[in-house]
Ligand binder design. Sequence first.
Ligand code: KG4
Ligand code: ZN
Length: 395
Amino acid sequence: MKILAVETSCDDTCIAIAKGGKTFLNFKILSSVVSSQVKIHQKFGGVYPSLARREHEKNLPFVLKESLKECGLLAIKKNTIPKKEIVLYEKIFAKEQNLLKGFLNFVGQYKKPRIDLLAVTVGPGLEPCLWTGVNFAKALSSWLGVKIVPVNHIEAHIFSNFLSSDARRLAVKQKNVLFPSIALIVSGGHTQLILVKELGKYKILGETRDDAAGEAFDKIARILGLPYPGGPAIEEIAKQLSMINDKLSIKLPRPMIFSKDYDFSFSGLKTAVLYDYKKRPKKIRESKEYIVQMAREAQEAIVEVLVKKTIRAAKEFKAKSIILGGGVSANERLRTLFKEKINKMAAKPLLLFPEKYLATDNAQMVALCGYFYWLKSDKIKDWKNIKACADLRIA
Ligand code: KG4
Ligand code: ZN
């Protein structure tokens, strides 16, 4: 069977095509395309939902074409689209006129590819962005005559770890080595600590009360005059150890590190950075030395809180593994600190993290999650019953 997955929850337009078989082990990515909008949002230092939606509308037909081409499923065939179908597509894309044009153009030019199932991210995420992907999947579903699995974006980030066949083998053959697990999903929009009893069974232990960890990286980078996305920019500049000394004595709080719950809060950290920045003379705060040291301290503050709370949850729930996901999980310092702390634990849970390019948004993880539910004959829906849900919860 072949599955086509669509992901548009934030600012990346992503489509992946994969091949499945009889079990969770038989899964192979055939193609994957990510069209990043970073350049567009860089000017604003963050993602503007209405702008992102407009870009998704423009990108989706093109990304579809590229992903089909990459795996040899694109074939030219001029078609006249029946009036009845056009009326249906007009209804689906009532709020996305540009996407309607792009979709009709595609359907009029290419042969129906042999796809057996669709998967689409329905939430959580930015509402207008989610709807473009969801409506695109609905129209494709109607055109191809196949069903859709609606996918939770947070769950997809958990699944990004299982794109590795080794991790999949463990999940199938040695479940007791992996579960229960604690998943830390940290991205631009979300920070959640989740108890994973097994794949498909979750309980949210805690989450951010205000800004997400990635959002904190992005906002702090902006204060320091670093480009968007802030996470990679801060990580990169914080590596310049030759700039580190005690002269500036920069010290930031570790918000909620000792609180008894598993919640997080990062907006105070951003305020603390802004406060320190404003009180320094212009010459100092714009110096390389200051920017490097502040970036490093901010990264330490965020990473220490994330690691401390995750390790505490792992101990309390006797986790066999810790699973990382989301853009912030690409951070080397976060991965290193996890390894150090796990080494000091008696139980030494396994540490799973996705390959860096799969830590940020992509449709491969959506395809795998959709495939998982297809194998269970669960969540497979008619396109008429699919809708976006910006604040969808995993449990
Ligand atoms: O998962 P993702 O691609 O999109 C959302 O679902 O939000 O995550 C994007 C976020 C951004 O806030 C970005 O600054 C952060 O992930 N990020 C990083 C790194 N790479 C991306 N944060 C820290 N270190 C990184 N290397
Ligand atoms: Zn994400």
